[in-house]
Design a binder for this molecule. Structure first.
Ligand code: F6R
Length: 636
């Protein structure tokens, strides 16, 4: 019951993990924090740190790149803080700045009197940093988070007059972006302050002690009484109790809930598998891909500034997208869209072929490497070759400081948060979104897209998270048709997918997802190509999924579907809401909201992911770790 309630709330997830503790009696806070961080490990991270109030009243800081075990060893070998009443800890998944000791959280203010942990992205950090430096604040890391520490310090020593909660409130009023934070000060041994805006944060209620955490897993060992903070709320935790207000200071009453999950279910946010959790995180992942890049209807790709200044993009005659698997499908979508928007010829090539093709590339060929892990061996080798031949390279990846980032001229990060399920779901959606932004950028730079057109595309892009949310909400409603369909299809031995234009890579990705996690043979084809041979495979036992969302080739796809139906195949169609005509040509229909043709893969892919997931579950497959697959393919 509670599972369902929390799922429906769609608590967004993020990279990084936060743990905080405040109690009335001296206890081993260090162990509580390290244990909590270990339980947040599954979220993915590349450095970790804690700050504990020492018996002498100082905030002792320990931060280490790498695993929590490194941090624990540093703490044990150094001055392990004694019994304490207060502390915060953090696992960091790098977004701004490398994953090293200095960039690990917690981040102190100028004097070390207070310290902050943060999960999310501060969009306007560059301006704030400049302003704070101008008024004398000294920065010691490359992170966006550090501006929060200085903003709180500024307010604490000024307007808030030593009131920590008020200082946090004032600081957050300056910030745009997403965050969940925890703040402690050596002046207040019995006070922990937390706040949330588009980042998960829960409060655990104990006896004369309270906990703050990114998710319930981290505190389940200590308490099952939990309050889930809502967007735009600040919480003040004291050993005697907690008080919540909104960002404008209005008090909020919220009852605690009693958590009945076990720890494993809690890690998955109440979902039975990481894959379905990550499918449900797609609206948030998409928002994060646009974060800081689409502002007031304008496109800002600051990441490309250096390439622009060096003139690397001035003479581009051709683009080659190099990628594997799902990332290759994202690249194929980019081919259609960039060619249309920028009128530059684009080729999408699987990296394993590219690297052995003696590729014809040079300074006039822009190479785009799409790799969510940033470590795929074939993609890395292919891109190295391209660079050796003088090609400028832009990487699209989810992992900060991964190998691909070191051999690229510019990096566009997905900012999607860790993906634990082996198969790519949310990173596919994020990769496609980032490639759209790159396409619009190139289209505008070439004068092929007017500011008005760009505005229209960006507005449609910004609508997509909500539209994906609608598909996901429908899929858990009583009207859902995907699960019953998946159950019916679970015993077939082969399924074909067809599409045209951007619907073709959507079909390829739908087929790949299905075969990867359900082990049903699945193949995607360009719809017009089917009759040139593969149609021979069709019979009443081989269903076909057609992508027939609104597009300039809609009628053509419908004709191809008719050809298939004439062979008695069972036809399932992904169509645009409001398309009644398609009912004449389909046995089952999966509707998605209307969007611009170019953007349609991001909506059409979602029911296909859900279909693959439910078929796999119905077949009893290991959806999170399918046989023979690895998350990072670092061998040829
Ligand atoms: C499919 C999948 C793989 C990867 C491919 C490339 O679900 O996960 O096909 O897309 O191995 O991986 P990256 O993007 O890390 O280079």
């Amino acid at each position: 019951m509670l599972f369902t309630r929390l799922q429906q709330r769609k608590v967004p997830d993020h990279m990084c993990g936060i743990i905080g503790y405040v109690g009335s009696q001296g206890t081993d806070v260090t162990s509580i924090l390290l244990d909590g961080l270990a339980r947040l490990e599954y979220r993915g991270y590349d450095s970790a740190g804690i700050a504990v109030l020492s018996p002498s009243g100082e905030l002792e800081l320990h931060r280490r790149a790498g695993k929590i075990a490194n941090l624990a060893a540093t703490v044990e070998n150094g001055s392990r803080p004694g019994l304490s009443t207060l502390g915060i800890g953090h696992t960091r998944w790098a977004t701004h700045g490398r994953p090293n000791d200095e960039n690990a959280h917690p981040h102190p203010d100028c004097t070390g009197s207070l310290t902050v942990v943060h999960n999310g992205i501060i969009e306007n950090y560059a301006e704030l940093r400049q302003e704070l430096q101008g008024s004398g604040h000294v920065f010691r890391s490359e992170t966006d988070t550090e501006v929060l520490a200085h903003l709180v310090e500024h307010a604490y020593t000024g307007e808030a007059q030593g009131d920590l909660t008020e200082a946090v409130r004032l600081a957050l009023q300056r910030v745009t972006g997403s965050y969940a934070i925890g703040v402690v000060s050596r002046d207040h041994p019995d006070l922990l302050v937390g706040a949330r805006c588009n980042g998960p944060l829960v409060v655990g209620l104990g006896e004369n002690e309270q906990f703050l955490a990114s998710d319930i897993t981290a505190i389940l060992k200590h308490t099952r009484r939990v309050i889930i903070l809502e967007e735009g709320e600040i919480v003040t935790l004291r050993p005697t109790g907690v008080a919540i207000t909104t960002l404008d200071g209005t008090p909020v009453q919220r009852d605690a809930i009693i958590v009945e999950w076990d720890a494993e279910a809690a890690e998955k946010g109440g979902y039975p598998h990481f894959v379905i959790k990550e499918i449900n995180e797609q609206p948030e992942a998409l928002r994060r891909a646009l974060l800081g890049r689409v502002r007031d209807g304008q496109l800002h790709l600051a990441e490309l500034q250096r390439m622009e200044q060096e003139g690397l993009l001035n003479n581009i005659q051709r683009i080659v997208v190099v990628a594997c698997g799902t990332s290759y499908h994202a690249g194929l979508i980019a081919k259609y869209v960039i060619e249309r928007w920028a009128r530059i010829p684009v080729e999408a090539v699987t990296a394993a072929e590219f690297r052995y093709s003696d590729p014809i590339v040079g300074p006039e060929t822009l190479c785009i490497a799409v790799t969510q892990s940033g470590e795929t061996a074939d993609t890395l080798v292919g891109i190295r070759q391209a660079r050796e031949r003088g090609a400028p390279v832009i990487a699209v990846t989810n992992v900060v400081a991964s190998a691909i980032t070191r051999i690229s001229d510019a990096v566009l990060y997905l900012q999607a948060g860790p993906e634990i399920g082996v198969v790519a779901t949310k990173t596919f959606v994020s990769s496609v979104a980032v490639l759209y932004l790159l396409g619009l950028y190139l289209g505008q730079a070439r004068g092929r897209i007017t500011p008005e057109q760009a505005h229209e595309y960006l507005a449609a892009l910004e609508l997509l998270p909500e539209q994906i949310g609608q598909i996901l909400a429908h899929a858990v409603s009583a009207d859902d048709s995907i699960q019953p369909l998946a159950k019916r299809m679970a015993r077939v031995s082969s399924i074909m997918f067809i599409g045209r234009g951007v619907g073709y890579p959507t079909a390829l990705e739908g087929a790949l997802k299905l075969k990867e996690i359900s082990y049903i043979h699945a193949e995607g084809f360009p719809a017009g190509e089917l009759k040139h041979g593969s149609i021979a495979l069709l019979d009443p036992d081989t269903p076909l999924i057609g992508i027939a969302t609104a597009s300039h080739v809609y009628e053509k796809v419908v004709s191809n579907i008719q050809e298939v139906r004439a062979r008695d195949a069972h036809v399932i169609v992904v169509a645009t809401e409001g398309d009644e005509k398609i009912r004449l040509h389909a046995d089952d229909i999966l509707y998605v909201p209307a969007t611009l043709e170019e953007l349609s893969p991001l909506l059409a892919s979602v029911p296909l992911q859900l279909f693959a997931y439910h078929v796999a579950v119905a077949r009893g497959c290991n959806v999170d770790q399918p046989r023979n697959l690895a998350k990072s393919v670092t061998v040829e």
